[in-house]
Design a protein around this ligand. Sequence first.
Ligand SMILES: C[S@@+](CC[C@H](N)C(=O)[O-])C[C@H]1O[C@@H](n2cnc3c(N)ncnc32)[C@H](O)[C@@H]1O
Length: 232
Amino acid sequence: MKYPGGKGKTFQHVINLMPPHRVYIETHLGGGAVLRHKRPAARSIAIDADARVIQRWTASASTLPEVELVHGRAEDFLSRHAFQGDELVYVDPPYHPDTRRQARVYRHDYERHDHEVLLGILAGLPCRVILSGYAHPLYDALLSGWRTTSFQAKTHTDVRTETLWFNFEPPTVLHDPRHRGDNFRDRQTNRRRFERLQDRVHAMDPTERAAFAQWLHTAYPGALSGAASPAP
Ligand SMILES: C[S@@+](CC[C@H](N)C(=O)[O-])C[C@H]1O[C@@H](n2cnc3c(N)ncnc32)[C@H](O)[C@@H]1O
């Protein structure tokens, strides 16, 4: 599913920022590159204001993980949802008009005011949130206290700096560690190194493996709970 502004080439950056979560909410689905590549959460909810987007996803239902599709505005959903605190919300709205190089690309687009309203809602959510976009003073003003990370992303015409805003400490334990690395080479090296490690553990006899597991548990007791900090 190719989509204007889609995250088909950059989804790894978003996934590499995701702490463990029980409920995943993607509010501006489009082609849903992040949703399609991440490890599914116990519950996944995807929203888009464009009925055609929802229809396309419904039509390709056989290839979907279990996803609850919602046709509607992200703002309405976020304002009404009964949050528990263990959700992760990923938000990839249409670009701010000041940072956009093309005129309109979506049937449902955002004006300045829409961005203000959305950011106001996001700033008040009682769970973890990641927002994608291009740097803009409005974002700095309304998301003060949030962290950011940036990376270079190829568009169909050039390379631009994309930013992720997020309201939590960068996690040490990832929801889905399979995409670790900043670029293709990095990810390949990480994957191969990890596979070699796994092979060595598989090759151990059961007693050695148990001794190794005991040692790992003693030497790194908090390794699996590194991201278990309370939600904001
Ligand atoms: C930047 S695209 C998302 C691209 C997506 N991340 C991908 O990987 O393909 C923005 C999407 O937001 C949708 N949209 C526009 N206004 C919306 C609103 N108020 N609520 C929910 N979705 C909206 C558009 O229909 C479009 O599909």
